[in-house]
Every structure is written in structure tokens, then in C-alpha cells.
Design a protein around this ligand. Structure first.
Ligand code: HEC
Ligand code: HEC
Ligand code: HEC
Ligand code: HEC
Ligand code: HEC
Ligand code: HEC
Length: 363
């Protein structure tokens, strides 16, 4: 999977979120890993699972690393082994192990164990998934948190430190205050754009072969639905996969995604209305709205009917595809029409004002 390949350069890019915090607060590289890993040329071609050539980069940019989420950690907090040079004892990184940071709220070693547990019991975990087969398809931490996730879009509000003045009314050290200010603001805001969320989930949920292995419908139609179209055109206000399947606002987390057949799911018949009506979405939505609205387009429901034992003929499927394509075409014509028309209008306008000013010159 391309993402796994990408992740091999994780470290280099795990440095990528530039929190911009002053480097002096971080520990120095007392393990001396960067003595070698600071060289940009460090890398070679290896093979991926399918025996295709894959570039491996062993270079770690120190500045970026130190400014990253994990920049306070020593390399060995994640990389077990690596006692020998050349390394013959490198172990795969386990995201759920204890690291040497302390959680200041308890004083105990910090770890991502709680998240791992949530994930295990979710639709994406070995305890919560419906089948025991093809477990390799289930997303692990590294599948969802690759380079891209680390490249958190610097929210303008955070970048401009708009509210830090409030903190500085009381806290006198600017450096100290900036550190906590950034921490809280990053944590309290979502970091992926809607487009990125859709791309993340679609990587698997639009993969026909993978979804067939799990007896699930492909979320093909999503980009043809209202929510999908709006996201493609950059609308951040409209619902993305997580706003419906794990809305933070209602206390869900992306690590606890469940099937809609599970009563606790926010898209289950029990909770659907509440989810549609959440703040910022369809306030005042009624039962009918929630039960009738189709979020995933028709091809998907054809698969659903088929599984429920209802006959869906090839002809019907072909017809649905045809309708979807037609809708797509109409969209395109409309867009060309509207944009083209606008352009034409501008041109005529320009021509008219030129003419008017020329004529004005004669008088
Ligand atoms: C003397 C130089 C040197 C030092 C010091 C060093 N490394 Fe490396 N490391 C290398 C080289 C060279 C490679 C690439 C080896 C290869 O081609 O497989 C490498 C590869 C790696 C890999 C990838 C291995 C794999 O096959 O997946 C990891 C992880 C790694 N180093 C971590 C560390 C850590 C952590 C430290 C500090 C504790 C460290 N290295 C110290 C030279 C060094
Ligand atoms: C937060 C955990 C974490 C920390 C801290 C960390 N790494 Fe990594 N590193 C990873 C993960 C995850 C991978 C991907 C390979 C894997 O899953 O085992 C990786 C991969 C690597 C690779 C191999 C890249 C490849 O293409 O295979 C090197 C080299 C490396 N790390 C060096 C370092 C060095 C040097 C440091 C310290 C400056 C460091 N890492 C700190 C998590 C970490
Ligand atoms: C199915 C994809 C997926 C998997 C698997 C996944 N995460 Fe996440 N994770 C996300 C998304 C999406 C966010 C929200 C980030 C955002 O707001 O952009 C997130 C957020 C986080 C956060 C920030 C705190 C929070 O809840 O917002 C941490 C820490 C985290 N994940 C760690 C992990 C660890 C550790 C694992 C493995 C045990 C893991 N994740 C597995 C998708 C995933
Ligand atoms: C009205 C004054 C005031 C403002 C404004 C204020 N703080 Fe505080 N803050 C305090 C006081 C007093 C304490 C210590 C008492 C306590 O722990 O409740 C504290 C404690 C903290 C702590 C915990 C420190 C520790 O080690 O226990 C953090 C972190 C913090 N503030 C960050 C912020 C940030 C970030 C802002 C701005 C968003 C902010 N504060 C705004 C007065 C203020
Ligand atoms: C690495 C691949 C991968 C990624 C990324 C991924 N999923 Fe999944 N997802 C799966 C697989 C495989 C299953 C089926 C597990 C099983 O066999 O029960 C699944 C199951 C689900 C289910 C439950 C289906 C059911 O009826 O049991 C939902 C809902 C879901 N995913 C939503 C999401 C959302 C939302 C995202 C993005 C945050 C996402 N997935 C990201 C692979 C992935
Ligand atoms: C507007 C809300 C909404 C959005 C946005 C949304 N979904 Fe769904 N999704 C639902 C609902 C509701 C269901 C339950 C079946 C139904 O009513 O069609 C569902 C069903 C599913 C299923 C079938 C398994 C199950 O739990 O029934 C998967 C897989 C899934 N969605 C993945 C995704 C992915 C991936 C995205 C983003 C590309 C996404 N969804 C976007 C609301 C949404």
C-alpha cells in the first residue's frame, strides 16, 4: 500500500509539523543518532511487499524533527533495538508502547495505549471488525497517521496567536506561554481539511477489491452526493466522513468508528437524527429528514440490497451507473455554462466600458 511506503519516510517528515516552538526547550540528541542520520544523502532503494523498488530515506532533518509533535522524544523511545552499527537489530515501531514523557495530569508514563484500545474495539480493530479474515486490510496507526497527517495546516488563527494576549495578561514568560498556547489550540481544533478526511477514508473505502474482501459496499457514490460535491469544491462547512461517522462535537472519536448497525454508532437509526441535527449542520432536522435522506449514492445501496437478498439485476446496476453519469454530465454542462457565461459577461462588460470611455474621449 502506497501509504505504508510513504510512511517509511515518516521520521524525516514526522519532523514536519513546524510548531515553531523554540528548540532550546528540547533535549539534545544524546544518543548520537543524528551523527549519521543528519546526512541528507542517507538512503537507498529497497523492495516493498510486492517486490517493487521503493526508495528508502534514512535522513532526518534535525530542525524539523525537533519542532515536530514527537520532537521531544529520543529516537529510541520509538526505535527499539538499534544497539548495533551497522544496525542488524531494528524492530518495527510500536505506537502503543510507553514513552518516557510523563503525562502531567497523572505523573505516569505517557502512551497511546488508550487510543489503541479504542481502535481495537472499533470497526477497524481486530476485536470490533465483523470478520477475522484479511486483518491486514484494517488500518493501523501508521496507515492513518502518515506524513500528511503530520503536516498540519497551520491554522491562521494559531499562526497569528490571536488570543495569546489574553494569556499574557497573567503569565509573564512569553516562551512558556507560547508553548502551552500552541499545545491547547492545536489540540482543540481539527487538523485535517474535509478533503483530506475524504481522501484518507476513501483510500480503502473506494478500493473495490478490498471492500469485497470485507463484504462491504464501496463508497463510490460519495463524491456524487451533495456532501461530496461541496467538499470537492472546497466547502469546509459541509459534512465529511468523520462529521457523520465520528463527530467530535457529539463526543465521538475517529478511533471509535462503528458500523451503522451498531446502536452506539452516530449513523445508526437510533442516533441518526441527533447526528444530522448537530451544531453547524441541519439544525431543526426532523425524523423524516434523517430517515429519508440518502448520503451514499445509489450504487452503494444496490450492493446493500443485493446482500440483503433482494435481486439487483445487471440491467438495474447499469441503469444506476447511467443515471449517475448523466448527473455528472449535467453538473459539468452547468459549470461550463455558468463559468463561461460569467466570463462572457465580463468580456462584454469590458468592451462596453472601453467603448464608453473612448466615446467619452471624443466629447
Ligand atoms: C554510524 C552511523 C549511524 C548511527 C550512529 C546510527 N545510524 Fe541508523 N542507520 C545508519 C545507516 C547507514 C542506515 C542505513 C542502513 C541500510 O542501508 O539498511 C541506518 C538505518 C537506520 C534505520 C532503518 C533501518 C531499517 O532497515 O529499517 C533506523 C530505524 C535507524 N537507522 C535508527 C537509528 C537510531 C535510532 C540511531 C541512534 C540510536 C541510529 N540509527 C544511529 C547509520 C547510523
Ligand atoms: C514517535 C516515534 C518515532 C520517533 C521518536 C522516531 N521515529 Fe524513526 N520511525 C518511526 C516510525 C513509525 C517509522 C516507520 C518504520 C516502522 O514503522 O517501523 C520510522 C522510521 C525510521 C527510519 C527508516 C526510514 C525508512 O525508510 O525505513 C529511520 C532511519 C528513522 N526512523 C530514524 C529515526 C531517528 C534518527 C530518530 C531520532 C532523531 C527517530 N527515527 C525518531 C517512528 C519514530
Ligand atoms: C482510521 C484512521 C485512523 C487510525 C487507524 C488511527 N487514527 Fe489517530 N486520528 C485519526 C484522525 C482522522 C484524527 C483526527 C485528526 C484531525 O483532527 O485531523 C486522529 C487523531 C489522533 C490523535 C490526536 C488526538 C485526537 O484524538 O484528536 C492522536 C494522538 C492519534 N490520532 C493517535 C493514534 C494512534 C496511536 C493510533 C493507533 C493506535 C491511531 N491514531 C489510529 C485517524 C486514525
Ligand atoms: C486571569 C489570569 C490568567 C489567564 C488569563 C491565563 N492564566 Fe493560565 N494560569 C493562571 C494561574 C493563576 C495559574 C495557576 C493556578 C492554577 O493552576 O489554577 C495558571 C495555570 C496555567 C497552566 C498550568 C501550569 C501548571 O504547570 O500547572 C497552564 C498550562 C496555563 N495556565 C496556560 C494558560 C494559557 C495558554 C492561557 C491563555 C489561553 C492562560 N493560561 C491564561 C492564570 C491565568
Ligand atoms: C487502511 C484501510 C482503511 C481506512 C484508511 C479506513 N477504513 Fe474503514 N474499514 C476498513 C475495513 C477493511 C473495514 C471492514 C472491517 C471488517 O471486516 O469488519 C472497515 C470498516 C468501516 C466501517 C464499518 C463498516 C461495517 O458496516 O462494518 C465504517 C463505518 C468505516 N470503516 C468508516 C471509515 C471512515 C470514516 C474512515 C476514515 C476516517 C475509514 N473507515 C478509514 C478499512 C479502512
Ligand atoms: C452526511 C453524513 C455521512 C457522510 C458525510 C458519510 N457517511 Fe457513511 N454513512 C452514513 C450513514 C447514515 C450510513 C448508514 C447507511 C445509510 O443510511 O446509507 C453510512 C454508511 C457507511 C458505510 C457502510 C457501513 C455502515 O456502517 O453501514 C461505510 C463504509 C461508510 N458509510 C463510509 C463512509 C466514508 C468513507 C465516508 C466519506 C468518504 C462517508 N461514509 C461519509 C452517513 C454519512
Amino acid at each position: 500500500m502506497i501509504n505504508r511506503v510513504y510512511f517509511t519516510v515518516c521520521c524525516i517528515l514526522s519532523g514536519v509539523i513546524l510548531l515553531g516552538a523554540p528548540n532550546s526547550v528540547y533535549a539534545t540528541d544524546d544518543e548520537n543518532c543524528l551523527m549519521c542520520h543528519k546526512y541528507a544523502g542517507l538512503g537507498r532503494y529497497g523492495k516493498d511487499e510486492n517486490q517493487n523498488a521503493k526508495k528508502r530515506v534514512f535522513y532526518v532533518n534535525e530542525e524539523q524533527y525537533k519542532a515536530s509533535y514527537h520532537g521531544k522524544l529520543r529516537c529510541k523511545s520509538c526505535h527499539d533495538g538499534v544497539e548495533e552499527i551497522p544496525h542488524t537489530d531494528v524492530e518495527a515501531v510500536n505506537c502503543a508502547k510507553d514513552c518516557h514523557l510523563k503525562d502531567p495530569s497523572t505523573g505516569r508514563d505517557f502512551s497511546h495505549k488508550a487510543i489503541k484500545k479504542d481502535l481495537d474495539f472499533s470497526a477497524h480493530g481486530y476485536k470490533g471488525s465483523r470478520t477475522d479474515e484479511h486483518m491486514e486490510d484494517l488500518p493501523n496507526c501508521k496507515d492513518c497517521h502518515s506524513n500528511k497527517a503530520y503536516q498540519i495546516g497551520m491554522d491562521e488563527q494559531i499562526a497569528s496567536m490571536k488570543f495569546i494576549k489574553i494569556c499574557l495578561e497573567c503569565h509573564e514568560s512569553k516562551e512558556w506561554t507560547e508553548r502551552f498556547y500552541r499545545h491547547m489550540f492545536y489540540r482543540a481544533s481539527t487538523r485535517r481539511s474535509s478533503k483530506e478526511v475524504v481522501a484518507l477514508c476513501s483510500k480503502c473505502h473506494a478500493d473495490q477489491a478490498m471492500m469485497e474482501r470485507h463484504d462491504l459496499d464501496v463508497v463510490v457514490g460519495f463524491k456524487d452526493t451533495f456532501h461530496g460535491k461541496a467538499i470537492v469544491y472546497g466547502d469546509e462547512e459541509v459534512a465529511n466522513c468523520l462529521n457523520c461517522h465520528a463527530p467530535y462535537g457529539l463526543g465521538f472519536s475517529p478511533h471509535r468508528v462503528k458500523s451503522s448497525r451498531d446502536d452506539v454508532s452516530p449513523v445508526s437509526p437510533e442516533h441518526k437524527l441527533e447526528t444530522c441535527a448537530q451544531q453547524g449542520c441541519h439544525a431543526g432536522a426532523k425524523e423524516e429528514f434523517a430517515s429519508k435522506g440518502k448520503v451514499h449514492a445509489s450504487l452503494q445501496s444496490a450492493g446493500r440490497q443485493a446482500r440483503a437478498g433482494e435481486e439487483v439485476s445487471q440491467a438495474e446496476l447499469a441503469f444506476q451507473t447511467w443515471v449517475l453519469n448523466l448527473i455528472n454530465l449535467i453538473y459539468k454542462i452547468l459549470i461550463v455554462g455558468v463559468v463561461g457565461g460569467l466570463g462572457m459577461h465580463r468580456l462584454l462588460d469590458l468592451y462596453a466600458s472601453r467603448r464608453a470611455s473612448k466615446m467619452g474621449g471624443h466629447h
